[in-house]
Ligand binder design. Structure first.
Ligand SMILES: [Zn+2]
Length: 55
């Protein structure tokens, strides 16, 4: 199963959730700390964030 990185703006916490794509499309996960969903946003995958530029 793929894993998704999420970020909670309330807790300023990043967390990773492993779930099926169908499950992911149905609902966003709740923050493991505050149990809230409204401030949770998805982070781009790690390989997008870590880009090495050699210019
Ligand atoms: Zn939270």
């Amino acid at each position: 199963m793929p894993s998704y990185d999420f970020y909670c703006k309330d807790c300023k916490k990043t967390f990773t959730v492993v779930m099926a794509l169908a499950e992911y499309e149905k609902s966003r996960p709740a923050c493991p700390k505050c149990k809230g969903k409204k401030k949770v946003e998805q982070r781009p995958a790690a390989f997008f964030a870590v880009t090495s530029r050699k210019s």
